[in-house]
Design a binder for this molecule. Structure first.
Ligand code: SF4
Length: 128
């Protein structure tokens, strides 16, 4: 274990909506007993992409003692999710609402929020 940045969930604020589950590419979050939880520290890379997705501000980052992030653990987690048939919620472009099933989406951080932008809309975002 070492001190590093990981996601923190405010259980009082979390309403269990599940909006943060799919944006976590590592599969670190799961709804358990109606609340989002980091199921294993080694799955959370601390990038914080889930933060801006939460509609009630229940997610933040904290620095604490945690197991090191593990790419291997993420691979195993993905395989487990595929075999269990866990449903995946596709993300949508912040501008045109295209689904990731239709176009490539790229992550965009802005004023603390975490959004997605498709490759077709990205030039407009860059050039204003
Ligand atoms: S998006 Fe926020 S409120 Fe919804 S499950 Fe995740 S932490 Fe809880």
């Amino acid at each position: 274990m070492s001190r590093r940045t990981v996601v923190k969930i405010d259980e009082e604020l979390c309403n269990g909506c599940g909006a943060c589950i799919s944006p976590c590419a590592e599969g670190a979050l799961e709804i358990i007993d109606g609340k989002a939880r980091v199921i294993k520290d080694e799955l959370c890379d601390g990038a914080g992409f889930c933060l801006g997705i939460c509609p009630v501000g229940a997610l933040s980052l904290e620095s604490r003692e945690a197991d090191a992030f593990s790419e291997q653990a993420v691979k195993i987690r993905r395989l487990e999710s595929q075999s269990s048939g866990t449903s995946y919620i596709a993300q949508h472009c912040m501008s045109c609402n295209a689904s990731e099933d239709e176009r490539y989406l790229l992550p965009v951080k802005y004023k603390g929020g975490a959004l997605w932008c498709c490759t077709r809309c990205l030039p407009g975002l860059i050039h204003g």
